[in-house]
Design a protein around this ligand. Sequence first.
Ligand SMILES: Nc1ncnc2c1ncn2[C@@H]1O[C@H](COP(=O)(O)OP(=O)(O)OP(=O)(O)O)[C@@H](O)[C@H]1O
Ligand SMILES: [Mg+2]
Length: 413
Amino acid sequence: MPSMIQLRHVVKIFGDEPRGEALNMLKAGYSKDEIQEHTGHVVGVDDADFDVEAGEIFVVMGLSGSGKSTLIRCVNRLVEPTAGEVIVDGIDVTALEPRQLQEFRRNKTGMVFQHFGLFPHQSVLSNVAFGLKVKGVPIDERRRTAEETLSLVGLSGYENSFPSQLSGGMQQRVGLARALASNPDILLMDEAFSALDPLIRRQMQDELLSIQAGLKERNTILFITHDLNEALRVGTRVCIMKDGAIHQIGTPEDILLRPGTDYVAEFVQDVDQGRVLLIASVSEPATAVESSASVAAALDAMARSGSKVVHVVDSGARPIGIVTQHEARAAQTQGTQDLDSLIQQTPNVTNDMILAKVYQLCEKGLPLSVVDTNGALVGSVRPLEILAELGRVESISERLELAKSQAATEGDN
Ligand SMILES: Nc1ncnc2c1ncn2[C@@H]1O[C@H](COP(=O)(O)OP(=O)(O)OP(=O)(O)O)[C@@H](O)[C@H]1O
Ligand SMILES: [Mg+2]
């Protein structure tokens, strides 16, 4: 596959004289801390040198301050690199004059921010059409494109709403739609989903993946996160940064099975122990009806959401149990409208529970009710999802063990 983004020895040093002693010290191998202590300059990015292929979701991961935002901003020169070259689709971005740079940003890149960055006094439609307006696209066309893009992110019908009337997840969708509307070659997403609660966040990840899968020409996406779960879920490849330097770039599997440095191995350790996989990562929106509802109403609710079960809750939204579509249909055929007799009990879990600890609860094969701290229903988890996730982790750990023992044997020879 052709490279969409090429970074050639990109360095960013913050300070008054970035190209002076600080750069020399960096080249001589001094650490970020040493350079800061000695020169007062801060190393943002230390020799980033890699290609991002067209159509991939390239995830940049690392702790706070590791240089993720600085790196991504070097790509569209929101941050001016101190040294090195950035080439996007054959264009040497580092050499562009201000005017050309503006054109480049408009036509080639889209950015999705952590805190949505929407215009509060403009409608959803205007927000999404904004980039097209700047590009000088005629009004009819930009309206049509904005509507299409809103439908792509599942927000048809909200064109005339204002951002404040939408939930966080919906606002994030608007942000995504705005970036997608101008059909940029590359999408820069800096912690775009971090402000969302876990459930919505997972939906957005799915949304992103399904949008990508549905496109003829996939966007090339630079995606920043400090959540390993998210990185492994959405990343074609994952890049791990620390102190501005890149420790490893590889497929999620590479990173897990063949950690390149001790630092990366620490992350892997987390997955190895299943510590990072929480209920939140598999929780889905629940279809729910109150216990006073009829069987027909329950069937209706399932038909609307496409779910095969409905959670039955009391008037305080607390789960009582679930009714399956199968049983509800059978009851309806027999002329029963009483939902109570069909309710099966199922355990409650919370979003912060670890999958490995709840999998026994899946024994009955029924979905679990996810509740918040007040005991109110906030989601639903299918046992298959839990087992699949655990299976994945277990098989990864198994392979990890195998890889370790092979490495040990090789070491003996
Ligand atoms: N404008 C700036 N001036 C000086 N130093 C900066 C500036 N921007 C970033 N830095 C420094 O560069 C380093 C990398 O910062 P960056 O914002 O890229 O980290 P990050 O990985 O995006 O962190 P976070 O997860 O908190 O967003 C940090 O040490 C930071 O202090
Ligand atoms: Mg950042």
